[in-house]
Design a protein around this ligand. Structure first.
Ligand code: ZN
Length: 483
């Protein structure tokens, strides 16, 4: 079995190259009107427009993110921004579209309802010229305005005041289709009362989001991969049941956690089957890993990784982590991977995994791996198989990011017999992977075999966190390799 796996490895498993990072999804700028010293309109019930705007904008942001859009907010607090600053922020975000959220006011207290403003080059105002781009975008902005208004009306039941050509600054000076939503009239007692009601604000946000989705549709599955370089790879793996999203998102540019990497490896290599194969001849132990347990170990990625789920909007990591002052877990302690004794592993053959394999019935205890952890069984099996060890401080760090170096070493460990991992004696082409690097063996062997490449010709970035997109690309290559 091991020989077969090794040949698979040699066949061209994996690609650790990092293609140019591209913006992964359609971005919407959400602008909450007014703020700080500028309250906007003040309602007949005392409600401040700036507060309603911000709450609706934040609810809209949540709606859009759930649908798979990237969202940039011009403000997230009660602060003053000039109109020019809002447009500058918008241009800098290079979004697909811009939506500004306001509430209206009219001298006549009987005027009520929703309306949506957009710039229309058929109704130019000489004193308020539009940007060159916006003048040409009128048909797009108008289409967006119509779709958003229609959905607001159907969600909220506010009176339909129609779409209105306007020279308002924020919808006139930008570079992308732009609208300004006047949700309802704070000068109207009925509208104002409804605007103070959180469920109504939610309906407003839902309506605006539906309108945006109608204008700018995203794929149903993993919309955050819409234009991503790794989309095809992820979808192939999804087809095979090897990867899962988080809700409906894949979060391609988020660092993959050790648990996520291990879960994917387990789905592919079937740790429980390997344990069974390894144990049965020697011990005659009954297989303690029942099919049910294995199923549990292979369950999909967690849906409640709040910590991880909040990370995704951070920009993709550059090969910097070594110099960032954030020490790799492997730099502080002996290698995570079983049988690898840091530098020593370069000069001595690693012992057989079995020599450290606890008996199947005795799970190891790690401080940060409670039985309730979604990947508990997977980690236990990986430890039993000798793929992974805990750290000296008694942790195994399931929810920490995993680095490119760690993945490379672990993949070799899972695909090759430990005895087939001799020290590497050179050449050491990557300036950041000297021979004494703990993972130089796996890295240079896989490079030699054409399995991985560096982030540049000269660097591998072994301490860089692997992203979920890179994980998918790597496994896609592995799965596609001739068997
Ligand atoms: Zn306003």
């Amino acid at each position: 079995m091991r020989t077969g796996l090794l040949s698979l490895l040699l066949a061209a498993i994996a690609l650790l190259a990092v293609p140019a990072q591209t913006f992964s999804a359609k971005t919407v700028v959400v602008d909450a009107g007014h703020g700080g010293q500028d309250p906007g309109a003040i309602g007949v019930n005392g409600l401040y427009e700036k507060s309603v705007n911000l709450d609706v904008a934040q609810k809209l942001k949540e709606q859009l993110i759930q649908r798979g859009y990237e969202v940039v907010m011009t403000r997230t607090a009660d602060e003053y921004l000039s109109l020019a600053q809002r447009v500058e922020q918008t241009n800098a975000a290079q979004p697909s579209l811009f939506v500004s959220v306001h509430a209206n006011s009219h001298p006549n207290p009987n005027v009520s309802g929703s309306l949506v403003l957009y710039y229309d080059s058929d109704y130019p105002q000489d004193s308020y010229p539009a940007s060159e781009a916006m003048a040409k975008l009128s048909p797009e902005s108008k289409k967006l305005a119509n779709l958003v208004l229609k959905n607001i009306i159907s969600e909220t039941g506010f009176a339909d005041k129609g779409i209105v050509p306007s020279a308002a600054y924020v919808i006139r000076m930008g570079q992308v289709p732009s609208i300004l939503v006047e949700t309802a009239f704070l000068s109207h007692s009925g509208d104002a009362a409804r605007l103070s009601d959180s469920p109504v604000r939610q309906k407003l946000a839902d309506g605006i989001a539906k309108g945006i989705a109608a204008y700018l549709p995203l794929p149903d599955l993993f919309p955050d991969l819409a234009d991503h370089w790794a989309r095809e790879a992820v979808l192939r793996l999804k087809d095979k049941g090897l990867v899962e999203g988080i809700f409906n998102r894949y979060e391609p540019d988020r660092a993959v956690t050790r648990a996520e990497w291990l879960a994917l490896s387990d789905r592919l290599f079937k740790f429980a089957d390997r344990l069974h194969a390894a144990d049965a001849p020697d011990t005659g132990y009954p297989d303690t890993t029942t099919p049910k347990e294995q199923k549990k170990a292979e369950t999909s990625l967690p849906t409640d990784q709040t910590e991880a789920a909040q990370a995704p909007s951070s920009p993709p990591e550059l090969p910097e982590s070594a110099s960032q002052g954030q020490a790799s877990p492997l730099a502080q302690t002996p290698p995570t991977w079983a049988n690898r004794s840091a530098v020593q592993s370069e000069t001595t053959a690693a012992p057989k995994p079995a020599s450290r394999t606890p008996s199947p019935g005795q799970p190891q205890s790690f401080k940060d791996l409670p039985k309730s952890h979604w990947a508990y069984e997977t980690f236990q099996n990986a430890v039993r198989l000798g793929y992974m060890n805990g750290y000296e401080d008694g942790t195994i760090r399931p929810d920490q990011p995993i680095t490119r170096g760690e993945v490379t070493a672990l993949l070799e460990r899972m695909t090759a017999d430990a005895g087939n991992s001799p020290p590497w004696t050179g050449p050491a082409d990557f300036t950041d992977v000297p021979l004494k690097h703990w993972a130089s063996g796996p890295i240079y062997r896989m490079k030699q075999q054409g399995i991985i490449t560096g982030v540049t010709d000269k660097t591998f970035a072994p301490d860089k966190k692997m992203t979920r997109a890179e994980m998918a690309a790597l496994m896609d290559r592995y799965v596609a390799a001739p068997k």
